[in-house]
Design a protein around this ligand. Sequence first.
Ligand SMILES: Nc1ncnc2c1ncn2[C@@H]1O[C@H](COP(=O)(O)OP(=O)(O)OP(=O)(O)O)[C@@H](O)[C@H]1O
Ligand SMILES: [Mg+2]
Length: 243
Amino acid sequence: MKYQLHPSYQYCHALINHIDMHFKQASQILHAERNEIRIVPFEGEDYVVKSFRIPHIVNRFVYRYLRPSKAKRSYQYSLRLGAEICPEPVAYIEQFQYGLLARSYFISRHFKYDFTIRPVLNDATFKNRNEILRQFANFTYHLHQRGILHRDYSPGNILIKQQQHKYLFKIIDVNRMQFKALSLQNRLSNFARFMVDDATMKIMLNRYAHLIHKPQHEILAIAIAYRDQFTHRRALKNKLRGR
Ligand SMILES: Nc1ncnc2c1ncn2[C@@H]1O[C@H](COP(=O)(O)OP(=O)(O)OP(=O)(O)O)[C@@H](O)[C@H]1O
Ligand SMILES: [Mg+2]
């Protein structure tokens, strides 16, 4: 086993050492698909533990010797992003079998959010919708200005907590990040995965265009083109997979 525990969470050593047991005993399952996510209580605090599925044989080798595992990347990128942008990272753990990566875990603090951006995007009657979408454009701009590109910027990965009239945004699923100066293409294609209608794109992109001092109609048209491209590629992929 290999792990890294954040210096502020040294009292969580027992959680790390018995992670399989704590994970198995946790009754609150947040998500159970490819990877499984549970809320694990430990000494009066709630932690979110993401258990990564054992990769196929090639990647078990790759993630052992050539590239950091998803768990390790989630931990390191979260540290780099900071607590203002994502839930605080606590630890990552890698387990090995025959010298290859087996199970791995990423542990973060539980962020008690009110909703993800999914219902805001999909429900035109969502309370305070336009304001949330504009604040979301501000948040995205803030990430982009800091040179942060989330490669899986999709509705389930954006958590929102309401604080009076302000909304607090945090991103999760951060194992695929890029840190660099972003081009206009990088910026606008980052809105593609939301796959929302033109009217919703307009609310977000008008604000974004204003922030980057570019003409609104031009920016919206480019962003819509990226969305369409992504939608077609996604549809084709699903068709090939027979979904
Ligand atoms: N730190 C956290 N605090 C609160 N909820 C969280 C936290 N991390 C994850 N969640 C919840 O778990 C859900 C899924 O998390 P995450 O996006 O990391 O997994 P995933 O989408 O299954 O990942 P993948 O796409 O790699 O399979 C989120 O939508 C959210 O509800
Ligand atoms: Mg996700």
